[in-house]
Design a protein around this ligand. Sequence first.
Ligand code: PMP
Length: 396
Amino acid sequence: MSVPRKIYMDHTAGKPIDSRVLEAMLSYMKFFYGNPFSIHSFGEEPRKALDEARIKIAELINAERKESIIFTSGATESNNLAIKGVANRNADRGKHIITSSIEHMSVLNPCKFLKTKGFNVTFLPVDSYGVISLESLERELKDDTILVSVQYANGEIGTIQPIKEISEIVHRKNAYLHVDATAANGLIPIDVRKDGIDLLTLSSNDMYGPKGVGALYIREGVRIEPILHGGGQERGLRSGTENVPGIVGFGKAAEIAKKEMREESERLSRLRDKLIRGLLESVPYSFLNGHPTMRLPDNAAVRFSFIEGESILLSLDMMGVAASSGSACTAKTLEPSHVLMATGLKHEEAHGSVLFTLGRQNTEEEVDYVISIMPDIVKRLRAISPLTPKELMSNV
Ligand code: PMP
């Protein structure tokens, strides 16, 4: 089988911008450069564009009103605003925050920072599939718990959380629920009203929009304080001139996702299942990371015993395939992924993980190609790995 072209299967790390999105953005760079805050006519078009994008994003998540959407510079900022903003504004009610042990660093680190400022933080455990323990959540919620922050789905192992059940438990104790939907938005339907979500983090690039743009949904009535102070844009919750072209692109990406998500996610799920099955069947001592069914449509996370994920990635790269060993944000460290460790894997098991995340451009032919090259790559690496047991050497 020949390599059709370079194969990109690292869509959680970054997605190409949709050409329709780029098209929508261009005139806001070339012609409509006015400030949306301006009173004169140059402000009019950008102001209208912000409004339209806000409506499209509100529609994607079924928010009650467009004003519930606050534009930010991306998921990291949205997570920081949600967590620090709620903590600072509600400290009079309590100083306890709950999150999970498999969150992205942009949730874990604000929580750790707040610990240094006198807040108590509980990190919930997950089971071997990466599902948050509801019993622990119920047990840990106290009268002084003001916020629970959990992700909709995990980009590294694909596991989707039972958000509605989590929300019911959280609201029985009158705490707020913040959900980081960065890995899930544009892939699975999210309904903040049905799911009972108080704050939701969204990211543009994860929906084939431009990088450096995101949003925080804030339900009406949620008490929150800004972390950026300045000119008072975004209802005073996020000062700074809005990135109009980026936001227009984000809005267009949300509109496309709403229309095309269902069909595309079905297609991706079929490719994902074929890839997972193909790898597990053709490579001995290979295992799936994350949940087998409560799983993002784009995510095939597989670990191969006795070898390092990084060496597999280099071999794949030489064969024209780009994949990842986990979160792009932690890829630079040699520490095993905190997500995989939280699911109970040993260091050496976590190290052999490879993450394929599929996208709009991937085809069945590409999936077949990856399945066809993997057994030889793994065999060659195992033959030189000190971790391969001698008695298995001949048939792995
Ligand atoms: N949350 C999750 C679940 C993520 O996967 C990421 C990384 N894509 C982020 C937050 C942070 O996103 P960004 O680096 O775009 O701010």
